[in-house]
Design a protein around this ligand. Structure first.
Ligand code: AHR
Length: 648
């Protein structure tokens, strides 16, 4: 090359066949997976602001600071949550009786908004009404008054009754305290002490945090997997997620210990419990409201295999009947008529219409011979009673290798409908797996549910754009293989900034704010632009999978029958701008591209991400692009993900 000559970057030719429609993209393709990890339920999505509202934590006053004469009682009105407190006069006019609740990392309240305080109460003796004062308090205040919202509430019955009062704070505070004081000279009994924002998602009293549900709704997810994850299995069978404990009146849902309390001793959360206030009924309703197919996962009788190596920790194979019945009853709860036992429970909770459940997962992330032997009787019983229900089995925690191959073989043999694959893997995995599904067995057999995945950066196992970009690159391979990949859900979904055990996560929050990460936007770009059918896209006759010689490019194309649009997704994982020609083959003579848009996700600092203080650092940027004819030239900058939407 002579002096002064410039190197012309090679232009890549993407040939897109627009005439022959490929596999249909399942409506369930891009979904969300909710697990109560990182304080995702209590302290997160579930909008309850009071921790240990029924005094059922093993240390009955966890979360509470009591003063004066407060006694713990255990013959309350709710048999599965029998504890309550008795507040008696302090015995001196200058002394006080009461209790403070610290909430979850404090109680977040906003100025001018309404908060519903409710309590079950009675007067234990005499006929005279008792009175309590309810306050939101800023214990760190330098002002004369710590309280910034106050109400009084009269308890006038000897019978247990629910009382409520609305608090309207005069300031915004991330870490308020709820204070209850006895103000009358008569005792009072208090149970199930609760505080919710009035403005929850859809205004439900036992409601969910609005900003967090909105983030889910904005993903338009096709499937909603719940409630976990390892919590389905439990550290021991005693603490596995028991869906039957999570339905019916919230006051009588028993407490469960979270496995994520102590999973990582370096991030210990001894006060992490599951109130089940966000239970299976609420999960089904939520799925319906965000338009996603519900996908509950139940225990197969194996306690968490990471935490138990001894066979005796698990339910013996010949004693699985109760577990299998739980699965059958769940299907009845979701779909049964109101004249069935569990269908009636659903109807009594407010949803006489069925939830139209189509999928069920049996076992979470199980492995070894102990799994298929337990799964088999579930499959037989479910197929017999509900042949229309699709059953999801597991390929374990490995993304490849001996166990993975063994489990896939077993899942085929048992005839599950989908296999749930999990991969929390480093950059090298995501860069090398663009063609992962191209060679999967297409013969009659289970489909793939990529049920838990995220790029865990080496030395950078936290949220940053580069990890999200590699997820976007990898997802081109999910999309290209939509004939076999029917569902995919990133994980974990939620994390409280003060309560996380596991990262990266898709959506972070504190008590007042939330932030959508770059990985969230990747998921959203796929979900909102999933199209209806796969189109063939090749470069030099090969799919674009980041293979050697493809300059770090990954790409997939789909067609949207409803809008007559060709949608091309391209991830440029290289450090250079890549020059690309899209050649659209198979368009009719005279047919032309009439309009185009490009949505790009990129950022100069690839190791940055959105934060609570800077939530819009990395968001999709949409622009119109000039199109004409049957081809298009694009230049995609380094480390960028782009979706091109081309109208025919
Ligand atoms: O998503 C976090 C955990 O990862 C899940 O609970 C489990 O299924 C997997 O090991």
């Amino acid at each position: 090359m002579g002096m002064g000559m410039t190197v012309q970057a090679q232009t890549h030719e993407f040939v897109i066949q627009t005439k022959k429609l490929g596999a249909e993209i399942q409506p369930t393709m891009y979904g969300v997976f909710f697990e109560d990890i990182n304080f995702a339920a209590d302290g997160g999505l579930y909008a309850e602001l009071i921790k240990n509202r029924s005094f059922e934590f093993p240390q009955a006053f966890t979360g509470w600071k009591v003063f004066g004469k407060v006694s713990l009682m255990d013959d309350g009105p709710f048999n599965r949550n029998p504890h309550y407190v008795r507040l008696a006069p302090a015995g001196h006019p200058h002394k006080q009786t009461g209790l403070d609740n610290e909430g979850f990392f404090g109680i977040g309240v906003k100025k001018g908004e309404e908060y519903r305080f409710s309590v079950w109460a009675r007067i234990p003796e005499g006929d005279t009404a008792s009175k309590i004062r309810v306050e939101l308090v800023n214990t760190a205040s330098m002002g004369e008054n710590q309280a910034f919202a106050t109400q009084e509430l009269v308890v006038d019955s000897k019978e247990w009754k629910k009382y409520q009062v609305i608090l309207k704070p005069e300031e915004t505070l991330e870490k308020a305290v709820l204070r209850i004081s006895l103000v009358s000279p008569q005792s009072v009994d208090l149970e199930h002490i609760s505080l919710f924002p009035v403005d929850t998602w859809k205004g439900y009293e036992n409601g969910l945090r609005k900003d967090l549900v909105q983030a889910l709704a904005d993903l338009k997810p096709g499937v909603f997997r719940f409630p976990g994850g390892c919590i389905v299995e439990g550290t021991d069978l005693e603490t596995r997620y028991n869906w039957k404990n999570s339905v019916g009146p919230v006051e009588n849902r028993p407490l469960n210990e979270s496995r994520w309390q102590y999973s990582f001793p370096n991030r210990l959360y001894p006060d992490y419990y599951q109130s089940y206030g966000l239970g299976f009924y609420e999960f089904f309703v939520l799925s319906e409201e965000i338009g996603a197919e519900p996908l509950p996962v139940l225990s197969c009788g194996l306690a968490c295999q990471f935490q138990n190596t001894d066979e005796s920790a698990h339910q013996p194979v010949d004693q699985l009947d109760g577990y299998i019945q739980d699965a059958l009853d769940l299907i009845e709860f979701a779909n049964g008529g109101t004249d069935t036992r569990w269908g009636k429970v659903r109807a009594d909770m407010g949803h006489p219409e069925p939830f139209h459940l189509k999928y069920i997962g049996i076992g979470n992330e199980q492995w070894g011979e102990e799994y298929p032997v337990r799964l088999k009787p579930f499959i037989e019983a479910i197929r017999k009673a509900y042949p229309e229900i699709k059953i999801i089995g597991s390929s374990g925690p490995d993304s490849e290798g001996k166990q993975f191959d063994y489990l896939w073989g077993q899942m085929k043999h048992l005839g599950v409908d989908l296999v749930d694959e999990h991969f929390y893997r480093p950059e090298s995995f995501f860069l090398s797996q663009g063609a992962r599904y191209d060679t999967y067995d297409r013969k009659k057999g289970p489909k793939v549910f990529a049920g838990e995945y995220a790029c865990h950066g080496v030395g950078r196992k936290w949220n940053h754009f580069h990890a999200s970009l590699l997820e976007a690159a990898f997802m081109t391979g999910l999309e290209r293989n939509a004939d076999i990949v029917y569902m995919a859900t990133y994980a974990p979904l939620f994390a409280h900034v003060e309560g996380w055990q596991w990262r990266p996560d898709m959506i972070w929050y504190d008590n007042l704010r939330s932030v959508r990460t770059a990985s969230y936007y990747v998921q959203q770009l796929y979900s909102l632009n999933k199209g209806t059918n796969v189109l063939s896209l090749t470069m030099d006759g090969k799919p674009v999978t980041g293979a050697d010689g493809q300059d770090g490019l990954f790409a997939s194309a789909v067609y949207n029958k409803l809008t007559d649009e060709v949608i091309v997704k391209v991830a440029n994982t290289s450090d250079k701008t890549q020059s690309i020609d899209f050649i659209l083959k198979g368009m009719k003579k005279g047919e032309r591209l009439s309009a185009g848009r490009r949505i790009t996700l990129s950022t100069p600092d690839v190791y940055a991400d959105n934060t609570l203080d800077n939530p819009s650092l990395i968001t999709p940027r949409e622009e119109a692009i000039q199109v004409s004819g049957q081809s298009l030239h694009v230049d995609l900058g380094p480390n960028a993900f782009a979706v091109y939407i081309l109208k025919k």
